[in-house]
Write a protein that binds this ligand. Structure first.
Ligand SMILES: *Cc1c(COP(=O)(O)O)cnc(C)c1O
Length: 406
């Protein structure tokens, strides 16, 4: 498929380029010292992760530890309730070990750390989901794990903090500034700079400086590879549309990567939260502008000083003022359509999927479910594959407290 001079037949060979650019987005904007440390990860990625030994070991782990492949489920009752013949399907990343897609890249990153001879993995976490996945991977490989987390987030996310500690990770409280994700990112970068001889930094989405958007996409592409084969096996054809929620964009890049060169409409769904006012949503691709933050160039939501704006979403995993550079690129090229779903629509979908299919989705994933339902109503025929990025056990108390039982 050709679109605006981009050939999707050979897309993965050329995007990103050698410097980590997807068109004008991506790259690596770091101090020279930090760049040197990052170059070590980049070089290791291109040698170690392409080796047959690494790939074979990761495959074995995916099967024996993570429980992959995850299935695709036909959402029959939900499809019937729409009633126009459109069939909805879900790729069940909620059934991946730890209950979400994040372990797909964390196992890859921690295996890379092991092959590089590092003793420790370092990361920041906001809601704690990335911290839990990385702590799981670190326990599996016998690595130390330092997770930087804002003091405000530590208070809000007690169950995930407990999980990380049980798994043996050190949760390091960050107490400056607003004491949330942005400060935690800075603290984790600082720690990596100090400890890069014995540790590697592990980012939690298709974000950050090169090579992370590439590396995390590659580790997540297992979702799209499995999904394409499974869907064709189940139905004899490709889906007409694929839908995923976009925070940083890793679960979306995972499933999208399986279908970029196919005649399939692809939709990335951002959180519209309470509405279109800056501060009430986290729809960076829809409402943001080009800018550099956390070491990469992408589309971001900015405040009046050009700094990353405060953002909000009912789903803490989608609560980030930018998105991966590859999404900014795919939007510009027109290969992926980005749209939004608000809190209300999300909570409705959360209950619909629970009641009609017996699957309690993560609130993040419920954004994709809500859009899938809307799209089905509009399409009138065909099939839609939704990436169900995670399970909703972590969200149940919050939903009942704030929205009641519907
Ligand atoms: C973290 C998270 C997301 C958002 O991250 P992406 O990098 O955009 O995929 C989505 N769903 C779940 C369940 C998550 O934990």
């Amino acid at each position: 498929m050709m679109l605006n001079n981009v050939d999707f037949e050979t897309y993965f060979k050329h995007y990103p380029d050698a410097n980590g650019y997807f068109g004008k987005y991506g790259g690596s904007y770091l101090t020279p010292e930090l760049q040197n440390a990052m170059n070590e990860i980049r070089d290791a990625y291109f040698t170690i992760c392409k080796s047959r030994k690494f790939i074979a070991e990761l495959r074995r782990i995916r099967k024996e530890f993570q429980g992959r492949p995850t299935p695709i489920s036909h959402l029959e009752r939900l499809s019937d309730s729409i009633g126009n013949g459109v069939q909805l399907y879900a790729k069940r990343e909620d059934l991946n070990h730890t209950g979400a897609h994040k372990l797909n890249h964390c196992m890859g990153e921690a295996l890379l750390a092991k092959y590089m001879g590092k003793k420790k993995v370092i990361a920041e976490t906001g809601a704690g989901q990335h911290g839990v996945a990385l702590a799981t991977a670190a326990a599996y490989f016998g690595l130390e794990c330092d997770i930087y987390m804002g003091a405000v987030d530590i208070k809000k996310q007690a169950p995930n903090v407990a999980r990380m500690k049980i798994l043996g990770a050190n949760v390091i409280e960050v107490t400056h500034g607003l004491q949330t994700l942005k400060e935690a990112v800075d603290a984790a970068f600082d720690a990596y700079f100090r400890e890069h001889e014995t540790a590697i930094y592990c980012i939690g989405s298709v974000l950050g400086p090169h090579p992370f958007p590439l590396m995390v996409r590659d580790f997540q592409s297992v979702v799209g590879i499995e999904a394409r084969e499974q869907f064709v096996g189940m139905t004899g054809e490709l889906p007409d549309a694929v839908v995923a929620c976009v925070g940083g964009g890793s679960n979306a890049m995972g499933i999208f990567s399986g279908f970029l060169n196919d005649p399939v409409d692809i939709y990335g769904i951002e959180p519209l939260g309470r509405g279109t006012t800056l501060g009430d949503h986290a729809a960076s691709l829809k409402y943001g502008t080009e800018g550099i933050m956390h070491g990469f160039n992408s589309i971001m939501l900015k405040d009046e000083n050009g700094e990353p704006a405060p953002v909000y979403s009912v789903a803490s995993g989608l609560d980030y003022p930018s998105s991966g550079p590859e999404h900014a690129f795919l939007q510009d090229v027109g290969r992926v359509k980005y749209d939004v779903i608000n809190d209300e629509e999300t909570i409705d979908a959360f209950f619909k999927l629970s009641r009609m299919e017996g699957i309690i989705p993560a609130i993040e994933s419920a954004h994709a479910v809500a859009y899938g339902i809307k799209l089905a109503e509009k399409m009138g025929k065909g099939s839609i594959l939704i990436n169900l990025s995670g399970r909703g056990d972590k969200d149940m108390d919050y939903v009942i407290e704030n929205f009641g039982i519907r």
